[in-house]
Structure formats: C-alpha cells, structure tokens
Design a protein around this ligand. Structure first.
Ligand code: HAX
Length: 430
C-alpha cells in the first residue's frame, strides 16, 4: 500500500530527467506545420501542448494512460484519478488510502453555502458550482505556501493538496447546488461509508431503489473524467494554472468554459432536442420523420447537439458505453429509444453536409436521456455532473504540469496584416 503523494514523489524525478534529456536531444526538431486555416480555425489540430494523462486520437477516442476508456467502465472514479496522476491502477490498499484521504477532506466550508444561498434563485447551476469553487480560493494550500516562499520543485505537492481538497468537496457542493437550485429540500449529509460517486448520488437525494442510478453515475463520472488538454475547459484551466494562479482559480476558469453550449452544455441541449422530438411526434418517431426533423434543425441554422467533434472522426466510445448501459438497463424507455434511433438516422444526414467533419455522436448524445429516466430531470444541471467528473482530469493535469515545471502558457498571435504580408497571398490594405 502506498499513498498517492508517495507514489508520485517516487516517479517525478525520473520523469523530469526524461523530459530534460528528450528536450536536450530534440529541442529544435519540428513537430508539425501550422496552416493559415488552423490559425483562423481555433488552432484545430495544432500540436502545441503536452498532456500525459490521456490522449484522444481521431480514430480511437479517449485513451487514459494507455488504456482505452471502454476498458475502464467498471472502475471507480477514485481509481481513475489515481490512474490519471500516476499512470497505473492503485492496488486495493492504495485505493483505500486515497478514499480515506478524500473523506478526511470532505467538509465544505460554511461560507460556501452562504454564498450560494445569496445568489439569485434563477442562477444557472454551472454558475453556482463555479462560484462555489472560486469562493473557496482562500483555502488554497498552493497560494499559502507560495506566499511563504515555496520552492518550484514543491509546486506539485501543494497543487496535489489543493486537488485533493477540491475533489473531496465537489460531490457535496454539486449535490448542494442541486437541492438548493431546484428546491429539493435541505442538504443531505455525506455518508462516510460510501465511495466518492455513491456518496454524491446519496447526497443528491434522488430515490434509487434498484441501485441503477448509482451505477449510471459511476459510469458517468468515469467517462467524463478527462479528454486530453486541448479542449476548452482543460486548456483554459492549464493556461490559468500556468500563471501559478492556484487550482481554485484554474478549475473554476476551465469549468466556465465547460458551461458553453458547444462544449459541456451540449448534454443539456441534447436532451432538450430528444424531448422536443418526442413531443413533436408524440412518442418515438419513425426513421423518415426523424430524418426530416434533423434536416429542419440544420436548415433553421441550429446544430444537432451531441453530434460532431473537434477531434474525433468515429462514434465516441463514451457514447457507445452509454448506449450499452441503456440497452441493458432501460431499453424500454422512450427517450432512450429516441437516442438509439437518432444514432441510426442522424449520421447519414450529417454526412451529406459537406462542412461537417464528424457526423458521429459524441459523449453528450446519450447521457441526458439516461439521467432523465432515473429522475434527474433538471437538465440545466447536467453540466455540473460533467464538471464534477472533469475536475479529476483537470486537477491531475495541473499536478503533473507543476511537477514537470512547465512554464507559463504563451502562444504567439498574429495580426491579419502580418499574416497577409508573410504569406503574400493577398495585397495588404494601405
Ligand atoms: N450540427 C450542425 N452543424 C454542425 C455539427 C452538428 N452537430 N457539427 C459541426 N457542425 C458545423 C459547425 O457548426 C461548422 O459550421 P460553420 O462553419 O458554419 O460554423 C462546421 O460544421 C464545421 O465544423 P467541424 O469542423 O465539423 O466541427 P468543429 O470542430 O468546428 O466543432 C463541435 C466541433 C463539437 C463544436 C461541433 O461539432 C458542434 O457544434 N456539435 C454540436 C454541439 C455538441 O455536441 N457539442 C459537444 C461536443 C463534445 C464536448 O465537448 N462535450 O463537452
């Protein structure tokens, strides 16, 4: 049995030496080219950052530390956090030590509830969740130790402290946001005998006699945990943390990006589209009706939520995992049946729109219907679930970045004038 702190402390010196040597040997080698379309296109595909926790290749999907996500679907989120941080699975004793450590840190400061209670009643749950994280910044171990003159070599130790302190309280905060925002009654206390995910389900207070909702949530929290570092939320967090703004600042910054409809909010929009479909057709539509409706959505200038991806060019394996879950546990549910039917019909529609590079479902296409089925019907809350999970990836990435001593992020931007002059592709306006 080893603690996460000790395990990482043993690994880090060798990892630092390895990258130092690598840079010495290949520091000036070219990794790739950048085209003008990429410069104007959100840097899509530009290899400009390092992320060792996970990778997302267009034809493979999410791979966490060398393990395809489909092989991790029966794991606990705590195991995934260990895997993200260290590159291997914890043994039973190590997992237990991490779980106990998180339990010790799980008390939410009282002022957090006061801040949340003072927010307007119609605040978006994501705004409440991110505000709660940000207002806890005064708890940052990193900031205190930095102010005391901490050495750079120790940045990761303090960042890991912040990461564990944050991860420990997220389920209670997220559940508290749910109960407050949707008037579900008083907060439910944590149950010290439950694991991180089961305790979250317990504190949400949604009846779960079969235990299937808890099973779904465990899967959900594993599947959304990480997606390399180029996506809006991870990249924003990494950028903020690279300025040595502590994890409270960095995580809330990243999750503010997750709140956007083209990113994590898509799961809420996706379920809305599924439910609208059900209402419009008074149940599960035929393939022909669905095809027509998908075209109508596109022609009205809207995206079909849950479809397409900036990197992937296959069905997202995380969608497959949700589809498998739905087939096993809720095959008769109408909303789930629509999700399955959309998967049969919509890719063929999107393939006919030339500009769409990926016609396949992403992680958000199916999860909402499953959550809805188990009674989590407030879909503006779904991105909070996503955030609780994605915090595992963002926090582990920050710990590793500080352990490796990566510098402040600062890519170069160009003016259109400069680009035109340089490429000589168009006359530069006087
Ligand atoms: N429906 C309609 N149009 C789509 C589309 C879809 N599902 N997917 C892409 N397009 C459009 C884009 O809007 C873009 O149009 P414009 O040039 O007119 O702006 C064009 O096709 C090219 O886009 P792309 O290169 O294929 O995709 P991007 O890398 O630019 O964007 C997105 C990737 C995920 C943002 C995009 O596919 C999309 O908006 N999908 C729907 C929203 C969604 O499901 N988002 C969640 C993604 C997963 C995630 O991050 N979860 O957190």
């Amino acid at each position: 049995m080893a603690t996460l702190q000790d395990t990482m402390a043993k690994q880090i010196p060798a990892l630092r030496d390895d990258v130092k040597e690598f840079l010495k040997a290949h520091g000036e080698d070219v990794v790739g080219k950048v085209t003008l379309s990429q410069v104007y296109g959100g840097m899509r595909g530009v290899r400009g950052a390092v992320c060792d926790t996970s990778s997302v290749e267009p034809d493979k999907g999410l791979i966490i530390r060398g393990i395809p996500v489909k092989d991790l679907t029966d794991r606990l989120p705590e195991e995934i956090f260990w895997l993200l941080c260290t590159g291997s699975m914890p043994d039973e004793g190590s997992l237990h030590s991490l779980q106990m450590d998180l339990k010790k840190r799980a008390k939410v400061p009282d002022y957090v509830w006061k801040v949340l209670e003072a927010m307007p009643k119609d605040s978006h749950p994501m705004c409440m969740f991110d505000t709660a994280i940000l207002c806890m910044e005064r708890e940052s171990v990193f900031r205190k130790r930095y102010d005391e003159g901490m050495k750079k070599d120790d940045y990761w130790v303090a960042t890991l402290e912040d990461a564990l302190n944050i991860i420990a309280v997220l389920p209670a905060i997220a559940a508290g946001v749910y109960r407050l925002r949707f008037e579900k009654g008083p907060r439910i206390n944590s149950d010290p005998n439950l694991d991180w995910s089961a305790d979250y389900v317990h504190m949400l207070g949604i009846p779960d006699p079969s235990g299937d909702f808890a099973r779904l949530m465990r899967l959900y929290l594993v599947l959304h945990s990480d997606h390399e570092s180029g996506n809006v939320s991870a990249f924003s967090s990494a950028t903020v943390n690279s300025a040595l703004s502590d994890l409270y600042y960095a995580l809330s910054a990243g999750l503010n990006g997750l709140a956007g409809p083209l990113h994590g909010l898509a799961n809420q929009e996706c379920l809305a589209w599924v439910l609208e479909t059900r209402k419009k057709f008074n149940g599960v539509p035929t393939n022909e009706q669905l095809e027509k409706y998908a075209w109508e959505t596109l022609q009205s200038g809207k995206v079909v939520p849950g479809y397409g991806h900036a990197v992937l060019r296959i069905t997202d394996p995380r969608f497959d995992a949700f589809l498998d879950f739905g087939k096993k546990y809720c095959a008769k549910d109408e909303a789930f049946q629509i999700v399955a039917k959309v998967f049969d019909v919509v890719p063929n529609v999107l393939k006919q729109v030339q500009k769409i590079k990926d016609p396949w479902p992403n992680v958000d296409a199916g999860s909402g219907a499953l959550l809805y089925k188990y009674g989590l019907t407030e879909f503006s809350y779904y991105t909070v679930l996503f955030s609780v999970s994605r915090a595992l990836g963002i926090c582990s990435q920050a710990v590793i970045a500080r352990a490796m001593g990566y510098p402040i992020v600062r890519p170069k931007s160009s003016t259109t004038d400069w680009l035109k002059k340089t490429l000589q592709s168009a006359p530069v306006p006087a």
